[in-house]
Design a protein around this ligand. Structure first.
Ligand SMILES: Nc1ncnc2c1ncn2[C@@H]1O[C@H](COP(=O)(O)OP(=O)(O)OP(=O)(O)O)[C@@H](O)[C@H]1O
Ligand SMILES: [Mg+2]
Length: 580
């Protein structure tokens, strides 16, 4: 079943703002009060100027001057208070909102299939998520709120203009309408350009990440110049796209700037005419002058905000597209689980990566609980794939896999994987303490248990030589391959699993350590099923059953004694190893 994970941008915004709806509402109220106080200021200034004009011939009206002066000062005070309150409310909302976005986009990825992560570039993803969180915060504060402020302010401006003169009102209205319409049309192009820019930027971050991931090869093969050249090509692409976008915004702004100058000129000439005719008072002149200035300032901000808004929407869309994806998941609905035993049954399965079959098995393969099964065969023959299918990391396109009485394709992944302990072929540790790395096998394990299994995995003595012992912080590069393998073995053994899978987990160990670990594997409770993938056949000779893999198929199976007697791959491999 294909699960669509595409997120609709509006529903994304809605979910993000929901926990802050009251704070956001408060911010909008503050913005309303700020805009209103600006226009109250203009109006009281008009009355103040008119009162001053009267006083120049009749000083007995000086009381009005005081009154309007107090009103003017009060509006400034209200303006300042509401503006500070708005900033305070933003402070309460923005950092938390950004955190929520990062957590939710990153956390969502766990719902995707293992397959999703095969074509996944962590650096690109992390960059996109961070960018999305920044841009979303901008959307709410710099744009949503500011647009409301602009619309409110422009409406008040029109009211003021219409009050003074009907033609001035129309002039203002037409000016605002044309500008906004043009702004919307032009922003479409900016949007496409900025989406591409965001994509190029995250690719650049991925390229550098890949370089640093391979730093050993870069040093050993003197590849630094090659890396620099390769990545510079990407940074040049970013620069070019950035320039293209900035140039476009520059052009749009230049056109809009000229319009502002023209309109202001026309309005002022017209107003001087009105003043000469005695139709408007000095106060009206001041009011209209300030209003026109305010309109042009608001439109200017609007145009600028609009171009940055579409840039941010481009970034968010790119981030959401990347952090959400179609993923192939189990192809059935979840059913209730029921275990009488933990036998494994594999039935006529076939699995392909994009139409290239990598493993198939015709007929039924029964693996009773408690058996020790070995998987051998050449590199790339499908052994690790077989394990991924059992664990539900991949699902076969055809056929069934049963764990106990349950068809795994109807099992919840958590319920399924709880039964397994996998010691992977390519051991990787978390950047964390040794203790936490081992305890990952069982989050409820005690310190004593962690130490007990570290001893079984032959890693305890090494840990005790470290300065902080079990509390030592580790990462992949700070341990040898064999040390990482032993940590993984300790983690796996710690798990109270029904099925243990060792995927070449002693391949990097010396023969003596390997022998000790094989003994520890032998000691695992005999009711547990054990799968051991190995190239060195002496390590699996005593298995109950051996599956021989070749070209994505099980070509032979049986005990060691029966297989060496058959003409076939197993005998061939065995002879070569004995000769060596
Ligand atoms: N994510 C993937 N996408 C495409 N092909 C893949 C993927 N993972 C594995 N393969 C292919 O599937 C085939 C089987 O791989 P698998 O890892 O199962 O081999 P293996 O028997 O475990 O080999 P080895 O002994 O080297 O570990 C290989 O040809 C491999 O290239
Ligand atoms: Mg493998």
């Amino acid at each position: 079943m294909k699960i669509k994970n595409k997120v609709n941008m509006l529903s994304f915004f809605y979910n993000i703002i929901r926990p802050f709806k009251w704070v956001f509402f408060g911010i909008i109220i503050c913005v309303g009060i700020t805009s209103l106080s600006v226009y109250s200021f203009f109006w009281f200034m008009k009355y103040l100027v008119d009162a001053l004009t009267v006083c120049s011939t009749d000083m007995s009206k000086i009381g009005d001057v005081y009154k309007y002066a107090i009103f003017v000062i009060s509006t400034i005070m209200i303006y300042e208070t509401s503006a500070r309150l708005r900033e305070y409310l933003q402070l309460q909302m923005i950092p938390k909102m950004k955190k929520n976005i990062i957590d939710s986009l990153s956390g969502k990825t766990f719902a995707y299939s293992y397959n999703f992560f095969q074509n996944f570039t962590p650096a690109k993803f992390v960059y996109a998520v961070l960018q999305t969180s920044e841009s979303t915060a901008d959307i709410f504060i710099d744009y949503a709120v500011d647009f409301l402020k602009t619309i409110f302010s422009l409406s008040l401006a029109c009211v003021s203009l219409f009050y003074v003169d009907i033609y001035l009102g129309y002039l203002g209205l037409i000016w605002i309408a044309i500008w906004m319409f043009a702004g919307f049309l032009l922003s479409k192009k900016t949007h496409t350009m900025s989406y591409k820019l965001a994509d190029l930027r995250s690719s650049l971050s991925a390229k550098w990440n890949n370089t640093f991931d391979n730093i050993d090869s870069v040093f050993v093969y003197n590849g630094s110049e090659n890396e620099l050249a390769k990545n510079q090509k990407n940074s040049t692409d970013v620069m070019n796209q950035d320039k293209k976008l900035s140039k476009y915004i520059f052009k749009v702004m230049s056109v809009q700037g000229s319009v502002v100058v023209g309109i202001t000129g026309i309005a002022f000439l017209y107003m001087i005419g009105l003043f000469k005719k005695g139709v408007i008072t000095p106060g009206d002149f001041l009011l209209v002058g300030e209003t026109i200035h305010h309109i042009s300032h608001n439109l200017w901000e609007f145009a600028q905000d609009l171009s940055w808004l579409v840039t941010d929407i481009g970034r968010i869309k790119q981030g959401l597209d990347m952090s959400t994806s179609d993923s192939i998941q189990r192809n059935g609905e979840i059913q209730k689980i029921n275990f009488k035993n933990h036998d494994i049954k594999i039935q006529n399965i076939s699995f392909a990566y994009s139409d290239k079959e990598v493993f198939s098995h015709d007929g039924i393969l029964n693996i009773p609980q408690g058996k020790k099964i070995a998987l051998v065969g050449s590199s790339g023959s499908g052994k690790s794939t077989f394990v991924k299918l059992m664990l539900g990391l991949e699902y076969p396109q055809k056929g069934e896999i049963f764990l106990g009485q349950n068809n795994t394709k109807y099992m919840n992944e958590y319920d399924l994987r709880e039964n397994f302990a996998l010691i992977p072929q390519d051991p990787k540790v978390f950047e964390d303490t040794i203790f936490n790395n081992i305890r990952y096998g069982s989050f409820s394990a005690t310190r004593e248990e962690v130490i007990e299994y570290a001893k079984k995995a032959q890693i305890h003595n090494f840990i005790m030589t470290l300065p902080d012992q079990y509390e030592t912080m580790i990462k992949n590069t700070s341990l040898s391959g064999g040390q990482r393998q032993r940590l993984m073995i300790a983690r796996g053994l710690l798990r109270n699993a029904k099925v243990f899978i060792f995927d070449e987990s002693t391949s990097a160990l010396d023969t003596i350590t390997e022998k000790d670990i094989l003994n520890a594997i032998e000691e695992i409770d005999s009711s547990k099923t054990k799968f051991i993938i190995a190239h060195r056949l002496y390590t699996i000779k005593n298995s109950d059953h051996i599956l021989v893999f070749q070209h994505g198929k099980i070509v032979q199976q049986g005990s060691h004694d029966s297989l060496i007697l058959q003409n076939g791959l197993y005998q061939e491999l065995y002879k070569i190893q004995i000769q060596n």
